[in-house]
Each structure stands twice: as C-alpha cells, then as structure tokens.
Ligand binder design. Sequence first.
Ligand SMILES: [Zn+2]
Length: 260
Amino acid sequence: MLFSNTPVLTIYADCLKGYHEDTLLGMGKEERIMASLTWLGHAAFMLETGGYKILVDPFITGNPAASFKPDDSRTDFILITHGHGDHVGDALKIAEKTGAVIISNDEICRWFEKKGLKVHGQHLGGGFHHPFGYVKMTFALHGSALPDGSCGGNPGGFLITLKENGKRIYLAGDTGLFGDMRLIGEEGVDIAALPIGDNYTMGPEDALRAVKLIQPGLVIPIHYNTFPLLHQDPITWGKDVETQTLTRVLVMAPGESITL
Ligand SMILES: [Zn+2]
C-alpha cells in the first residue's frame, strides 16, 4: 500500500506552496500516474482518474474558500455524501449543464431524478463498480435534510477504489467519530479526508482518534475555516497526528491538487 513503509515526513511547507515531490508520496517518476485529487475548499473535491472527472460535494456558490468555476468544467459524475446545502451545493446546476451522473444515497438520487437528472442510487455498506472505480457508501453520524426540507435519507461517506491504479480514498463526509472507522481502515486506506471543524462534525481531538482507527497513509483535513464557526488550526492538528501516528498529513490550499 502506498505510504505504509515510507518514513514519516512533515510536508506542510511544500503543501502550502502547492508543490509536492513525487518521492514524498512514495512514487518514482516511472510510476507516475494521471489520477489526481483537487481540494476545492470545505468538503468539495475534484477527482480525475481514468479520463473521468468526478466532483464530490460541489459547494461552490457561497463557499468563501471555493476556487473552482463549475461553468467551465466537464463533469462525468457527482458524488454527494448527504443532503445539506454545503454539500449538495451546485450539483443541480453542474449536472444540468454537463449531464453528469449523481451518485448518492437513494433518497437524494430520487430527489435529483425528479428534476430530470441522471442518477445512481446506493446505500450504506453497498458498493458498485462505476467506470472510474468501485464506490462503497460508508456510515456517517450526521443529518441529511435536503435544501428544500425533503428527506435526504441517511448521511454517508465514500470509500473509493480507483480502477486506474487500485488506490483507495476514504471521504468521510460530515461525521462524528464512530468506532467502526476501524473496519473502514481494515480495508487499507491510502488517503483519508476527515472533517476537523468541530461544531457540526468531528473536531481536532476526535479527528485524531479517527486517524488512529483508520490508519491511512495520508490524511487531508477538511471542513474547517470555511466560516468563523469552523475555525481550526490544521497545522497544529497535523503535528499532533504526525507525532502520535504513522499517518502523514497533507494540509491543502483550496484549488491545490495532488497526484494519486
Ligand atoms: Zn457540511
């Protein structure tokens, strides 16, 4: 598994400059692959793999940290962890424009389907082989009401195994700490994106405990500093993680990408 046998390194400075040596990610040039993950601020990501563009929780409009213009994008799939406005975000607008397929829980998918969009509904614990990889929906401790008050089913996260290279990415979604994160970790997580903002999700202390349960090769803190209520210091958190675990921390700037 990527990262697992490499020394623990602190890479904050390079992260903040928007540059990462391949060697820091355990890859030589001959192994370089095209898959990439771009953080768009808050909980929004763009995953590019196998020629597909996949948006996750595309909260762009009204997101103070957003650095991505969806109108300029081709999007093939949109993954939505739960129904809240800061995660459904611009999904409707982007899907209408691009024809992207919405992947989420079945209740959220039915909501989008009624608006004439293409959907693929799943549910907690269920996985499906999409063209870009195997996507399993994972449990999350949160709410999921949709922006118009409709029932958005149960909140979730995504465990994505890329078809292109087998890398496994855990996007936890908005969640509190739960012990079964250990089971997710048993599958072998290369990269985990975990909320640290507190108030609505795990705060830094519980997110550190989550890292200990999941034991990913690399962890990316998300869902913090978007609004004053979510104010956190990701650098201090990252130092705690790297001191207490073998997991490395990547503090990303909005709009920054890493090669997977
Ligand atoms: Zn949220």
